[in-house]
Write a protein that binds this ligand. Structure first.
Ligand code: UDP
Length: 327
């Protein structure tokens, strides 16, 4: 099979492409390198099954050409990270909506298959544990730009379902806080931040009171789940939560990172308006109900627990520092 991975030069893209190449498939990576980076995918150069195209999912002509030549698309291209979204509202909407519409239209035209990557952010600020695919969603006011990502991804999901109703083979995966080595800290995400702070013995910055709850999933477990889902038939139009359901508060997370990294960092608390912008609304609790995906696959691919996951990120960062010192 021949796969097109949009946004393939990003953090998740790297792991997905690696898996597909390891399994012997052909992969074309399309990325405009706005969030993604060649650093992530240069390691694949030289593999005859791999090709990189620098371009934009908003370019319908290019998307048509690439979709025509592949069997299936993994559509990951997106602006990511709460802080990055806040600074790039128009681009977030354009990439999200125009990009996804281009991909779905091409997939429809050429009779291909697509997996649309969505996010747990689509549940918005709904306070419910765990969050089920059938639940209602709850978003904040339009003037709070924090919700742009949620609204945009929700439109992507509407599009996917609408195309499925027209007979297109399309499925949505809602990813919950996916983390692992190689994830960049400059998009403001919590675990890369905490680990960097801890290994440099700098203050670990907990935003708000630290009572907000998240579940962190190891990226390879996510990719293994998605890979298995790829080959299941008869799921067009469906939406799946994908993630680990081991819940942790952000202040507990800070303590755990400090312990695993053997760090002397103090843990400090920063008000939301200082960390983001005035009136910023955080999501209080986000835990997935993963019954649907586990029942379908007959197996839970999430085998890395939070402590092991933090250990992997810490080890990777220490190795990077060592390599830099040796160079
Ligand atoms: N957060 C934090 N310190 C940081 C970065 C983030 O306390 O240095 C908090 C953030 O406010 C949120 C949680 O950690 O409550 C997860 O943030 P992230 O941006 O990683 O993901 P999301 O909010 O999309 O779940």
């Amino acid at each position: 099979m021949n796969f097109l991975v949009t946004g393939g030069a990003g953090f998740i893209g790297y792991y997905l492409i690696k898996k597909l190449l390891d399994e012997g498939y052909q992969v074309v990576c399309l990325d405009n390198l706005s969030t993604g980076s060649l650093e992530n995918v240069n390691c694949f150069i030289g593999n005859n099954n791999y090709k990189f195209i620098q371009g934009d999912v908003k370019d319908s002509e290019l998307v048509n050409k690439l979709v025509k030549d592949c069997d299936m698309v993994y559509h990951l291209a997106s602006v990511v990270g709460v802080k990055r979204v806040l600074g790039n509202i128009i681009e977030t909407i354009k990439t999200g909506i125009l990009g996804t519409e281009n991909v779905l239209e091409s997939v429809s035209r050429y009779g291909k298959k697509v997996m649309i990557f969505s996010t747990s952010e689509v549940y918005g600020k709904l306070i419910k544990k765990p969050l089920n695919e059938e639940d209602d969603v709850l978003y904040g006011r339009i003037h709070k730009s924090r919700w742009v990502y949620a609204y945009t991804k929700a439109i992507d999901e509407f599009l996917s379902i609408a195309y499925a109703e027209k007979g297109v083979d399309t499925v949505v995966v809602r990813l919950f806080n996916t983390v692992g080595p190689r994830q960049k800290m400059n998009y403001g995400m919590v675990l890369p931040n905490f680990v960097q702070q801890a290994i440099h013995n700098l203050p670990i910055t907990v935003y708000g009171k630290g009572t907000q709850i998240r579940c962190f999933s190891y990226v390879e477990d996510v990719v293994n789940t998605i890979y298995e889902l790829t080959f299941i038939k008869g799921i067009s139009g469906e939406v799946f939560n994908i993630g680990n359901n081991e819940a942790v508060s952000i202040s507990e997370l800070a303590e755990l990172v400090k312990k695993v990294a053997n760090s002397s960092s103090p843990i400090i608390y920063i008000p939301y308006e200082e960390a983001y912008n005035k009136g910023f609304e955080d999501i209080k609790i986000r835990v997935p109900d993963v019954t649907k995906i586990h029942t379908l696959l007959g197996k839970n691919y999430f085998k890395t627990n939070l402590e092991q996951l933090i250990q992997k990120i810490v080890d990777y960062n220490y190795q990077k520092i060592q390599m830099k010192n040796q160079a």
